[in-house]
Design a protein around this ligand. Structure first.
Ligand code: FAD
Length: 384
């Protein structure tokens, strides 16, 4: 089997092919209707579950494939070819942004209770950290978890939470130690828990088939067996997954940017102008070639950072750097690809118009570019 890069094994190549095939057959023909509905049908997620696509990072002893970060990078990149980033993020929040918390911090009883549904695509996961008053500064969250007889009482607000309108189980971060800035705990909150409600379904610029909620928690009682991980250690436990979260966001962006380059190269090769084809114009072919070089570099950096993580090497600088730079590159590529589609690029009927909108959030969510650059800068100082 020919591998598209040095980090991919036969197994990962097969997963990429399976994902590309799934996206072409089951996502692309239906994505526009999902964008209109503002959600990905549950049946599609169940179908992915049935094919084992939601279990790459789940240990074998829990019924998964037990693969590492490189698998997530490859999966995210392949999903990115869908041209419907709202679909990609619906899946990746489940598998790579919320899922790892349950895997890493869950007790054997919690694994037994929830994991079969997670793998099957029956129990869709969300992660609720961001609040109206606290985003980049995670330690600033104000939702509270108060110790009561037999459990905890949660109060507060969460916002911008992906998969929380239609999902089943949200992992909620709440402050449980008021005297400690980092005294946060994580809780497993099923959708039908009394006092836990979707306050608003949010209307977004892009990622329109991904559902995003503002959540209200009013005296939500969470029994002890739904505390996830160690009390007051949730901040540190969440941090463990930051690199993975950053990676899949840049991964889906790289997959989308490559698709946009391919589409634009084809479009400009077909489009007649000035007695030739648009792609023959030096300004266009050179800019597209530079975009290709940048996407190749972002992809290589992402896989390298994933591989470092897989070896147990601290990859925070490498991953923060590629999240910052790679997501900016993805946006530049989408800008140019829209430009070279001309008026058609501005029309709702063209895929590039959606991809341009979808890319915008990549430099904001899961660690804004400036926050990522601070992560790099801190480590550069430490290493100097
Ligand atoms: C569509 C979407 C889906 C999301 N899904 C989820 C989810 O599922 N779960 C979840 O918990 N959160 C989710 N988020 C939240 C997302 O992670 C936050 O929006 C992000 O962390 C930024 O936080 P903020 O919006 O509060 O911006 P702020 O923290 O207020 O920052 C605003 C801007 O200020 C700049 N900035 C911030 N900090 C610094 C700094 N230290 N130095 C320099 N500049 C800085 C950046 O440009 C940043 O964009 C989602 C957001 C969106 C838009």
């Amino acid at each position: 089997m020919t591998h598209r890069n040095a980090y991919l094994t036969d197994e990962l190549e097969a997963i990429c092919r399976q994902t590309l095939d799934f996206v072409a057959k089951e996502v692309q023909p239906h994505g526009l209707a999902w964008e209109e509905d503002g959600k990905v049908p549950r049946e599609v997620l169940r179908q992915m579950g049935g094919l084992g696509m939601l279990a790459l990072r789940i240990p074998e002893e829990l019924g998964g494939l037990g693969l590492g970060p490189v698998a997530s990078a490859a999966f995210a990149e392949a999903l990115g070819s869908s041209t419907f980033a709202g679909f990609d993020v619906t899946v990746l929040v489940h598998t790579d942004m919320a899922g790892p918390h349950l895997v890493n911090s869950g007790s054997p009883e919690q694994h037994e209770r929830w994991m079969p549904g997670v793998i099957a695509g029956e129990t869709i996961l969300a992660i609720g950290v961001t609040e109206p008053g606290a985003g980049s500064d995670v330690a600033g969250i104000r939702s509270t978890g108060k110790r009561v007889d037999g459990g905890w009482l949660l109060n507060g607000r969460k916002t911008f939470i992906t998969n929380a309108v239609y999902g089943d189980l949200t992992i909620i971060a709440a402050r449980t130690d008021p005297d400690n800035r980092y005294g946060i705990s994580m809780f497993l909150v099923p959708r039908d828990t009394p006092g836990f409600q979707v306050a608003k379904k949010l209307d977004k610029h892009g990622w329109r088939c991904s559902d995003t909620a503002e959540l209200a928690l009013d005296d939500v009682f969470i029994p002890d067996d739904q505390l996830l991980g160690t009390p007051h250690r949730g901040f540190y436990e969440t941090m463990k997954n930051f690199q993975n979260e950053r990676m899949v966001l840049v991964g889906m962006g790289v997959g989308a940017a490559q698709k946009a380059i391919d589409m634009t190269t084809r479009y400009t090769q077909e489009r007649a102008a000035f007695g030739g084809r648009l792609f023959d114009l030096g300004a266009i072919r050179q800019r597209m070639a530079m975009n290709q070089a940048k996407v190749d570099a972002a992809r290589a950096s992402m896989y390298h950072a994933a591989w470092l993580g897989e070896q147990g090497v601290d990859n925070a600088r490498a991953m923060s750097g590629v999240k910052a730079w790679g997501c900016e590159v993805v946006n530049q590529v989408m800008y140019d690809c829209t430009q070279f589609h001309g008026g058609m690029g501005f029309m709702r009927e063209s895929a590039i118009e959606r991809m341009y909108r979808d890319a915008r959030v990549l430099t904001i969510g899961g660690g804004a570019t400036e926050v990522m650059l601070e992560e790099v800068a801190k480590r550069s100082i430490a290493a100097s």
